[in-house]
Design a protein around this ligand. Structure first.
Ligand SMILES: *[C@@H]1O[C@H](CO)[C@@H](O)[C@H](O)[C@H]1NC(C)=O
Length: 322
């Protein structure tokens, strides 16, 4: 998330005013979509997004701790659907599914209206391209090549174009609302798995040799301090190194190829909502009875909803304004 934030601020500075903030935000989200599949347990923002939905998570980030806790208490009452005073992993999983679905539906509705103001059955590629990338038609070749943090609008356009093809089930180069939902939220559609794998690989593969090295894999989740050696790394980073060598790199050639990235981020039977629910219960379950009371959840409110007590929260609040 921090990287995404940094990139979007940098972009706004370079291309002040174009394209519009909503589109810029969505394009930046492109870069982080795949993060839903990785780094889950090292990224607090991921927990907050899963628990609250991305839109609500941003609201909570700006609340003072007391207000954040008060609202969390009300949410806990809602999650406890059988009202027995305990939040079970199943109730939590259902809640996470519900918030995710709600967020995606609202997001698709908003973008669909924006790109299809006449409310026709489909949006053509040309209409979409003009709407989002039309500003590039006015740019000189040098401006088009301007490179911020290793990406350009031309790259984003190419990526959108490819993703559009994957989402376009009947291949008429126009998307109806269902197809548009896959385009916007490929992480939510099994048919889009291959393109999510490609985008993930490209995000991590900094030297663009088409495969992920151990250093690229670690670099994607951890930035060492100045002068820090491998020996000083936190334990979870050391464990990730072992994961890479022992499990991710199946054919032991020192790299993850497309096939291995797919096994990593999108194993067919993996249930993200269930995994996240188990993770949250594990982290907050002080008496280890495998279910959570309201007190246990409020004690760990930072895990579930966060607060503005950090610079990061304030940065996000500012980020939302432009
Ligand atoms: C969109 O098109 C697909 C086929 O490409 C079809 O299965 C789907 O039902 C359509 N959705 C709508 C809302 O028309």
């Amino acid at each position: 998330m921090l990287t995404t934030l940094y990139i979007s601020l940098a972009i706004t500075a370079v291309f002040a005013g174009v394209p519009n903030p909503e589109d810029t935000k969505r394009m930046m989200d492109h870069l982080s979509d795949a993060e839903h599949y990785r780094n889950e347990h090292h990224n607090k923002q991921f927990d907050h997004d899963a628990f609250l939905g991305e839109d609500q998570a941003k609201t909570f980030d700006q609340l003072p701790p007391e207000e954040s806790k008060r609202r969390l208490g009300m949410i806990v009452d809602e999650i406890d659907s059988d009202k027995d005073g305990y939040v079970t992993p199943v109730e939590l999983k259902d809640w996470i599914r519900y918030t995710q679905k709600r967020y995606i539906e609202e997001d698709v509705e908003r973008h669909w209206k924006q790109h299809n103001p006449e409310n026709t059955d489909v949006v053509t590629w040309e209409a979409y391209r003009k709407n989002v990338y039309g500003f590039m038609d006015e740019m000189s070749p040098n401006e088009l090549k301007a490179n911020t943090e290793g990406f350009t609008y031309s790259n984003l356009l190419k990526r959108d174009r490819r993703r559009w093809h994957y989402a376009d089930a009947d291949q008429d180069d126009a998307l109806n609302r269902t197809e548009f939902a896959s385009f916007l939220h490929p992480e939510d559609h099994t048919g889009m798995r291959d393109v999510v794998v490609l985008e993930t690989l490209e995000d991590i593969d900094k030297d663009k040799d088409g495969k992920v090295s151990l250093e690229e894999y670690i670099g994607d989740m951890y930035k060492p301090e100045e002068g820090e050696s491998v020996d000083d790394e936190p334990d979870w980073v050391k464990q990730e190194r072992e994961q890479f060598t022992g499990y991710r790199d199946l054919n032991k050639d020192g790299f993850m190829d497309e096939h291995e990235v797919k096994d990593w981020i999108a194993p067919p039977e993996f249930d993200h909502a269930e995994a996240e629910a188990k993770h949250l219960v594990f982290e907050a379950d002080s008496d280890a009875d495998e279910k959570l009371t309201k007190e246990e959840i409020l004690d760990k409110y930072d895990l579930f909803v966060g607060s503005q007590a950090t610079d990061f929260g304030e940065a996000l609040a500012r980020h939302d304004e432009f």
